[in-house]
Design a protein around this ligand. Structure first.
Ligand SMILES: NC(=O)c1ccc[n+]([C@@H]2O[C@H](COP(=O)([O-])OP(=O)(O)OC[C@H]3O[C@@H](n4cnc5c(N)ncnc54)[C@H](OP(=O)(O)O)[C@@H]3O)[C@@H](O)[C@H]2O)c1
Length: 306
């Protein structure tokens, strides 16, 4: 793994557990702190065969893209690479495993993305991965709420440009103002996800949360701060809705505690972390583990069941 800093990462523990579980005795996984100017040199070492792959964390998830030989289509759409695979020819390919981790974490909590009405907080790399995964899996409605409106609008318009969503609410206005072709008359096409944007304010979010099946936090609010909650006061998830917080340090975030108090189902970010790591394992080694092993790994990291 390369990043800066890497001191708090759980990934070495995850892969040590997985390599032991699968008896991959000759595999090793180590975190390297790489100062940003040394990123090209770090990739050159992988190209030379000193390493067979990389996990990529902040601040390199975007910066690594132009240094790779190819980037698979989803990672390019998300604008973020978190996994690099070295081919036998020495060429480096970038992937993003967050979408897969997100989808599996939702399923594990008993939810499904098909037909879901979703409120997504955040529009950074992880938010983009969640949004594309949700819409590609057939979500029926997605409201993207982000501190910086332009980033939410860009994500919403990217989903529409992809042909998998139609703009709704304020995103329709943004679509028209962007100079794109006029929208067909007759309202949203039922088969496509209706995507809208909202500010991170209770007044805008409360109506979106009413009837939402899934609330996702893909902001970094709550990271290393058990009192910070990305959901503004004055709005709440529906009882029975699934609330997935991508933040996993602390494990029980303020948002998840609030979700449980409201009768929602809380899924901690460590589940997504585990499942996105399993996808990295598959890309590097072709090996997989079952859900029972994933749960044992989650417990090993200090988590409990959703
Ligand atoms: N569990 C997992 O497997 C997993 C995987 C990936 C990421 N994550 C976590 O997900 C979070 C986002 O990661 P990322 O890679 O998407 O980061 P990123 O690209 O830097 O995006 C950060 C997001 O957080 C928002 N944000 C930051 N500070 C905020 C504040 N004070 N108030 C409101 N919004 C704020 C940003 O809004 P602006 O656009 O306004 O800046 C943006 O939407 C991080 O906590 C990361 O650890 C978890």
């Amino acid at each position: 793994m390369i990043g800066d800093p890497v001191g708090h990462t759980l990934s070495p523990r995850i892969f040590a557990w997985l390599f032991a579980h699968l008896a991959l005795d000759r595999h090793h996984y180590t975190a390297f702190r790489v100062p940003p100017p040394e990123l090209p040199a770090a990739l050159a070492r992988v190209r030379r065969g000193l390493l067979s792959g990389l996990s990529v964390t902040l601040p390199f998830k975007e910066a690594v893209i132009p240094l790779l030989d190819s980037v698979d289509a989803p990672a390019r759409r998300f604008g973020a690479v978190n996994c690099v695979v070295r081919g036998d020819d020495g060429l480096l390919t970038g992937y993003n495993t967050d979408a897969q981790g997100f989808r599996r974490a939702v399923e594990l909590g008993g939810g499904q993305l098909g037909g879901a009405r979703i409120v997504l907080l955040g529009a950074g790399g992880a938010g983009r991965a969640a949004a594309f995964a949700a819409v590609a899996q057939g979500a029926s409605r997605l409201v993207i709420a982000n501190r910086t409106r332009e980033r939410a609008v860009r994500l919403g318009l990217d989903l529409v440009d992809e042909g998998i969503a139609v703009p709704d609410g304020p995103l329709r206005t943004a679509w028209t103002e962007s100079g794109r072709p006029p929208l067909p008359p007759g309202g949203p096409i039922p088969a496509l996800c209706r995507v809208s944007v909202a500010p991170l304010h209770a007044k805008a979010l409360a109506p979106a949360l009413a009837g939402a099946d899934l609330l996702v936090n893909a902001t970094s609010v709550g990271l290393s701060d058990p009192t910070s909650d990305p959901l503004p006061p004055g709005c709440r998830p529906e009882p029975g809705a699934l609330v997935l917080d991508m933040v996993y340090r602390p494990l029980r975030t303020a948002l998840l505690r609030r979700a449980e108090a409201e009768g929602a189902i809380a899924v901690d970010g460590q589940w997504m972390l585990v499942y996105q790591a399993l996808e990295q394992l598959r890309l590097w080694t072709g090996r997989a583990v079952d859900d029972g092993a994933a749960a044992a790994l989650h417990a090993h990291l200090g988590g409990s069941g959703p």
